[in-house]
Design a protein around this ligand. Structure first.
Ligand code: HEM
Length: 422
């Protein structure tokens, strides 16, 4: 079967692929299918990144045994180069990105990661369910009032993006900042490092990232840290050589966790709600059927995850998917497309809650850097769906809102609006 039979973009059309363009952001599936079928390891002319599209190749890169060939050092690099003026704004704020978590291939990674996993282990997540439900209820009280007063309400704005931020603040003991500010800083960081902003916009974003960095520096430097908080756990942590963490690395850890712990989950909740509201009978099943929200969230993670790609860099020349990749090649692992690889998932374009291998997707990564927040993210999204479906049983998306604006960054994708009417 050729790409034409499947109505896929042809290999020649790959030169038209624009990872930030509206066509790809709105409907990436034909491109992801074509890449997997015809160009499984393909250098994208727009970004210079090597797109790796097949499930098995991505898994191989992520499970790379030591001594590693595929390093994580580029995980947080700005995909759009930062001009000197922007670098100056960041430098003035003392912003740095030392190896900490996702971008750390050194021997300090394991211990730092353990600090994070202790906060999000299965017991802590199970104990957090009442907290998530309480905050969900509070936010939906406000949503309901807005629906009654104005006849519509955007569940992304008032619910999906705020819930994970407030949950994270409670779990990590973050205070001294309001959720709206934390969300603004986090969104600015994602856009600056994973987006394609114009130079003037980069300056605005850098100013926000600088504010975020200065606040984090003040927070990790303040003594004594709040007992039981994440910052206190970092202050007690010792590096492999016995030294305590320097402020820059502690800020780097918090920078990543405070962003990863809320923006991505907000995006997952947004996609979960949007898809549940646009497919027949889903909303009522989510309200009533035991285990259904969890199964639905898993399918959303497989088919339409919020973290669509992740990066690695090849430390030496290597053959991947039959293609010779040079040393220094920046790889872009197409996590989202791998969840629709027909070699692994039957009828991948169908949402089949409870499919047998539902959890085999790579949307949280796998191996040494596998997302330590996976259990919290899954739980929050399932609770968010169940509580919303019960509290707003008649909510519906109006036809005009079925094609919402979409966040389209290199590694993050989700509807930026879930407007419902009662
Ligand atoms: C739906 C929500 C989320 C998705 C899809 C997601 C996805 C990912 C992915 C793909 C990675 C990279 C894995 C790799 O390099 O192999 C990652 C790493 C990470 N995530 Fe998440 N994540 C989510 C939510 C969270 C949450 C809620 C937290 C914290 C509470 C979190 C904290 C982290 C951290 C600290 C890392 C770096 C781990 C390391 O390098 O060892 N994430 N995540």
């Amino acid at each position: 079967m050729t790409p034409q039979d499947l109505d896929l973009p042809s290999p020649a059309a790959m030169s038209r692929l624009d990872l930030f363009g509206d066509e790809f952001v709105r409907d990436p599936y034909p491109w992801l299918d074509a890449l997997r079928a015809d160009a499984p390891v393909h250098q994208d002319p727009g970004t210079g990144l090597w797109l790796v599209s097949r499930y098995d190749d991505i898994r191989r890169v992520l499970l790379d045994p030591a001594p590693a060939v595929f390093h994580p050092d580029n995980a947080q690099d700005a995909v759009t180069p930062l001009p000197v003026g922007v670098l100056r704004v960041l430098a003035r704020a003392g912003f740095r990105l030392p190896p900490a978590l996702a971008n750390n291939g050194t021997d300090s990674h394991h211990g730092l990661r353990r600090v994070v996993t202790r906060f999000f282990n299965a017991q802590r997540v199970a104990a957090a369910v009442p907290v998530i439900e309480r905050i969900a209820d509070e936010l939906l009280d406000a949503a309901q009032r807005r629906l009654e007063a104005t006849g519509s309400c955007d569940l992304f704005e008032v619910y999906a993006q705020i819930l994970p931020c407030r949950v994270l603040m409670e779990l990590l003991g973050i205070d001294g900042v309001d959720p709206a500010t934390l969300i603004r800083w986090s969104d600015a960081s994602l856009e600056l490092f994973w987006g394609r902003p114009a130079p003037e916009r980069q300056l605005e974003l850098a100013a926000l990232v600088g504010e975020f960095s200065q606040w984090l520096t003040a927070t990790v430097s303040a003594a004594p840290a709040r007992p039981g908080s994440f910052v206190e756990a970092l202050s007690r942590h010792r590096l492999p050589d016995g030294r305590p963490l320097d402020v820059g690395t502690a800020v780097g850890v918090c920078f990543f966790v405070f962003i990863a712990g809320q923006s991505t989950t907000g995006q997952l909740i947004s996609t979960t709600l949007h898809r549940a509201l646009t497919e027949p009978r889903l909303w009522s099943r989510a309200a009533d059927e035991q285990g259904f929200p969890e199964a639905w969230v898993e399918e959303v993670l497989r088919r339409e995850p919020p973290v669509t790609t992740w990066r690695r860099v090849a430390a030496e020349p290597v053959t991947l998917g039959g293609v010779d990749v040079p040393a220094g090649a920046q790889l872009l692992l197409m996590l989202m497309g791998s969840g629709s690889d027909p070699e692994v998932f039957d009828a991948p374009d169908h949402m089949c809650p409870h499919r047998a291998n539902a959890r085999h997707h790579l949307s949280f990564g796998v191996g040494r850097h596998r997302c330590p927040g996976a259990s919290l993210a899954r739980t929050e999204a399932a609770v968010a769906l169940r509580v919303a479906a019960r509290r707003l049983p008649h909510a519906r998306i109006t036809p005009a809102d079925e094609r919402p604006p979409i966040l389209g960054l290199l590694s993050f994708r989700a509807p930026l609006q879930v407007r419902v009417a009662p």
